[in-house]
Each structure stands twice: as structure tokens, then as C-alpha cells.
Design a protein around this ligand. Sequence first.
Ligand SMILES: [Zn+2]
Length: 561
Amino acid sequence: MIISEDKLRLILLKSGFVAPEELEAATKISHDLDTPLIDVVIERGIILERFLGEAIADHIGFPYADIKNEKIAKKILNLLPANVANKKRMVIFGENKDVVSLAMENPHDLASVEYVKKRVGKSVKIFFTLANVLNLALDQYKADVKADYEKIISENINAIGQNKAAATDLPVVKIFDTIIEFAASERASDIHIENLGDKVVVRFRVDGKLRDVLELPASIQASIITRIKIISGLRTDDHRIPQDGRFRFKHREDEISVRVSILPTLNGEDAELRLLSQAARPKTLEDLGLSGINLKLVIEGLKQPHGLILSTGPTGSGKTTTLYNILTILNTADVNICTIEDPIEYGLRRVNQIQVNTAAGLTFASGLRSILRHDPNIVLVGEIRDQETAEIATHAALTGHLVLSSLHTNDAISTIPRLEDLGVQPYLIASTLNLAIAQRLVPKNHQSCLVTKELDQTTIDNLIKGFGERLPPAFIQSKKRYYAGAGCDACSHTGFKGRTGIFEVLKFSEKIKQMIIAKKPIPEILSQAKKEGFKAMLEDGLEKVQSGLTTYDEIIKAVKD
Ligand SMILES: [Zn+2]
């Protein structure tokens, strides 16, 4: 950041958009969450990004480059090579006969300005821009990258030609490395390599959606699979049994660990690779998609020294990521944290992480028991899915530990009947549960190609059919327009980029605890929660549509059950 926090505070106050008490609150959150103040004020909508950008630019004496939604012509963008632009944090976004317009995160970086002058042979008009905005502009380079990867792969396929390639041959190694690099640069979570008999299809899962990205000749399938087996430490001579392995690789600054499954099929063997990127982990609760009252409840809930915090949702709803995120926030020098997980998805510094190993008799329950003998302050149990684990976890929460876990329920309130099903007594539920966080993941509109859309009758009908009286009153009448990504090169013409969570957070207040002990019906407890400010996931989703983060259709798909 080009200016100090103190300077930023002054600029914010002077701008007139931020009241002093708002600024104090934001500064405190920034310190509590170890997040730069500038991110806090933008993410929480305390000041619009553009106004903040203009205010800072004004302060340091440069014009502001508002290039957030600007598609920069290839010819202009490529006046600077991608690696220099990324490294020096600058992008050329305009050009005329003798001047280029240069947007920089740090306009005082005169050495870089000199470099640009020399390189393009023109004078340079310097603009300031915000880091977020610059990142979106830098993304526009990526549209070219796909073509580069495809070129490397086809060159290597040609190099193999009609010959039979061994797994250790350079072209095979190169093809597989390129597939992996390509997947990482697309932020894919999975790679599927599938032999269809006459050809091999490579698919990437990006933001939850699987799509075809490459075709390879069927003749090289066997050597690619063998290559994968070699680097994952699997048996290359066995083609009849499914095998699981793993390997790691570095992509730019990121360390990616890959879980590999090899599956025998009619046409030989297929491979499924799950990529877990350290860098792709959301860094803050806001990155997860927590906002407003939900964010507030979670931040408050994390201050409780003991009790149970449950993250709920179906498989793939992001509940594990939420737990990791909470652990990262709680991970300070003075606490002892232990986890029992299946699998360990991310390594956490200073945390004792244990992997479930059922074959060796190490289950969630037995692992949790042995962890508790070390008397940690905070315990993460990957999932509560049986009576024994439920019992040990709740007792640990009762006896002074903060216990985090996940539960397979659709919404937050269902944690109560689910725990009862698992044999936990109502008084124990009431005396341990602090928070239940339910969530889903939805695709996020690509913010660089947003357009406004009219809410059409089909969508309105689907909303009414799907949710009926759960829709907030007067909702349909008032919200006629919404935002959606138009689709561009940088988002592979999907209109989406990345995902965000939609949440509901249930705080177990004194009143609610009493109702649980008194065995009140669930709908009664839910209406009490609503009186206390509980916001249902549907409402959170609809708010995120209104703020341009996602679309109605995605909310309907995610929350319909
Ligand atoms: Zn786009």
C-alpha cells in the first residue's frame, strides 16, 4: 500500500463519506482481523471503491484510473509484457500518438515509469489505481495464456507423432506438466483425464463447474497415466485396481498439493486429480462471503473461550474452508490447537493436525479422545457423524474447550434435531452450542464484465415457486433490476469468476437455550431466533444478488431444498 494507515484515516475523514465512529469501528476490525484497513472499508461498503480511489489519488497528486470495468485492447495491454506488469504492479490502458496512460499501484515508482518510457518510446501519463482494480486489469493478460498452453501441448503431441511414447519421455512429461500448470492458472479444483476410446478428454472443474478443456490422442493415455502414477508413488504395473496417491508442485508463489485417484475402465485407466491450493484459501471471513449481521455474530462467537461452533451444509458447500478460516483467526501465540481431520486439506502453522486412519483404528472419536489428553484450548473435529464423536465433542465443549466441527444438515436450526438424533441430551446441546453456521457456495459474478439485467417473469415465477412465503415481503415488487456478468475472455465467457458463500448464522442465546431444554418445537425456536435478528440463508443470498455478487438463478439452485 502506498499510504500509511494513519494517512488513509485522514483521507477517509476528509472525504466526508465516512463518519468518525464508523472509521473507529473499521480500524478496530482491521486490527482484530489483521486485515488492511483499506480492504475493510471497501469490502464492508463503508465507502465506494471508486470514491476511495479518487480520494487517495487526489491526496498523492495523481489522477485516478477508474479501469475496473474497462476492456483494454490487446494491442495496448501488450505494450507491457505480463510478467513486468504483474511484478511492477502497473498496466498500460491507453495510447495515442505520443503518450501512453499508465495505471500504477505506486505512482512514485519512478524507475518503473522510466522503464515504460524507454520500452514504448513515448511519454507516460501516470495514474494511480487501487490494488483490487489493478488485479482485474492484470487478469486481462490471462486470456492469452490458454492459447500458450494449448500450443505447448500440441507441439509435444506432434513430437511424439506415430511413435510409442514412454512415460519418462520428455514430451509426455512436458504434456502432463503443462496440463497441471494450465489447471493451476485457471484455478481449477479438479482435473479429469478420461479415455473415450478414440480420444482422451481433459476436463477442469472451475468454480464448481466441470468443462472440457483439451483433447489428446488416445495413443498417449497410457503413458500419461503412468507418468501420474510415477510422481504420485503408485504401482505402474497394476492396471486392474483403483489406486490413490498424492504429489505436490509449485505454481508461481503457490504450493499446490494434489490428491490422485486412478480408476480402471473399459478403455484402460482414467485419472481424477484434486488440486488443493494454499493461496486459493480465502484469507478473511469476508472473503468467505460473510457480511452484515452474520459476520458480526461469527466475530462475537469466536470470542467465547469454550463451547461448540458448528459449520453445516451438504458436501461441497464450503463448510471445511469456513472451519479452517476460523482456526486461522483463532491461531494466536497463546493457544494450543489440535485437529483430527479426514483428510487434512491444508497445513496450518503451529497446529497439531492428525489424519483419520480407519484401517489403523484411528477414527474421529478415538483421535479426539487422545487429543483431549493433551488438554488443548481449541479442537477441530472434521465432522460429527456418529454418536460416540458427538458425545466426546459435546463433553469437551462442556469442560472448557472450544470445539469446532461440521455437521451434515441443510440449515442452521436443524443442528438441534440432528444432535438429538446422535444421542446428545437437550440440556447438553443448550449448555454447549455457541453458533451454528450454515452455508452454500454460489458462483460469483465476474466483476469486470457486469451488466444490469431486468428481472424476468420466469425468474420471478421460479422464486415464488421455490420459496413462497419464505421470500421477504414486498421483495418482488421492489427489485426489478439486478447485475450479472456479461461474459468475457477473462471469465471464459461464463460471466462468473470465483465463488462466494451465502450464509445463515444462528446464535444460541439464553432464551433459545431455555427453549431447547424445554423441548419447544423447532418452528417456535426459529421464530424466536428471527426476533433476535437471525437472517435466513435465502435473505443473505438475495442481498448478495442486489449487491451484484451473484444472480437470482444461482440462489434458486443453491437454496432450493
Ligand atoms: Zn467476464
